[in-house]
Design a protein. Structure first.
Length: 250
């Protein structure tokens, strides 16, 4: 049985589903972290929406289709846009500095030798706050300069606002693991096999952020494809094109 939790700010019932960690009141915009004991509040940010309607985002996608040398020439004219939905996705942005020391075998020229090295990086690491979401965070260049305090009045009624399913602590651990994976990838450009590695971290305070993303599904010659568009800057995040051998239809 779902327990009714009311907003501490306005008293309205919070809309959430099982597994949600954070819920934002659809009446006043107040954000509450759901715990087994007493809920507590959380401040978070919002990226502004500049692409505000379906027609505008479809034109963005058509322009991208027309400019792509991989796309069929008639794609922008014959593509049928089946679904054009605006989602307000929840993210954790984790400021993190990392230094990875590694040792590996270099075997490209002559006899193999052991080589040591160091990878340093400073990141605003993006972690989507939903466990099962298949979102391409590495391709999303999140426009953090435009973020503002969360304001529910800036979100259209037709948008689908998603809640976070885990908190800052888990987001930091995910960010650390992904940074290590990234550094090992970079290390493999210097050695053929990494045999040892160790990473030191310096982590700042994570930011909870909602961002507008248009999720578009279109069909062409009987197959379906997907495009994600950044609703703040109007840029294509990722997109599938009907080019045999390169993209698979959804």
């Amino acid at each position: 049985m779902k327990v009714v939790i009311k907003c501490d700010h306005c008293g309205a019932p919070l809309n959430y589903k099982a597994g949600d960690y954070v819920a934002t009141c659809s009446y006043c915009g107040y954000t509450t972290v759901l715990t087994h004991n007493k809920p507590f509040t959380l401040e978070h940010a919002l990226l502004p929406l500049s692409i505000t309607d379906e027609k505008a985002v479809v034109e963005v996608v058509k322009d991208w289709m027309s400019s792509s040398f991989l796309a069929p020439r008639d794609l922008s004219r014959k593509a049928k846009f089946d679904e054009v939905d605006l989602f307000i996705y929840p993210f954790w942005v984790v400021p993190i500095e990392a230094t990875t020391r590694f040792k590996g075998f270099f075997e490209r020229i002559g006899a193999g030798q052991v080589k040591e090295g160091k990878i340093r990086g400073k990141y605003d690491w993006l972690v989507i706050a939903q466990r099962a979401a298949n979102f391409p965070t590495k391709e999303y260049d999140v426009p953090l300069k435009g973020k503002m305090p969360y304001d529910f009045t800036k979100i259209p009624e037709y948008a689908k606002v998603l809640n976070a399913e885990f908190g800052e602590e888990e987001a930091v651990e995910k960010a650390k693991a992904e940074v290590v994976e990234h550094h090992i990838y970079l290390a493999r450009k210097e050695v053929d096999r990494v045999i040892e590695h160790e990473t030191d971290f310096k982590v700042g305070e994570a930011c909870y952020l909602h961002a507008p993303i248009w999720n578009i599904k279109y069909s062409y010659k009987g197959k379906r494809f997907r495009v994600l568009v950044d609703g703040t800057e109007g840029k294509i995040i990722v997109g599938d094109l009907p080019t045999p051998g390169l993209f698979d239809a959804l």
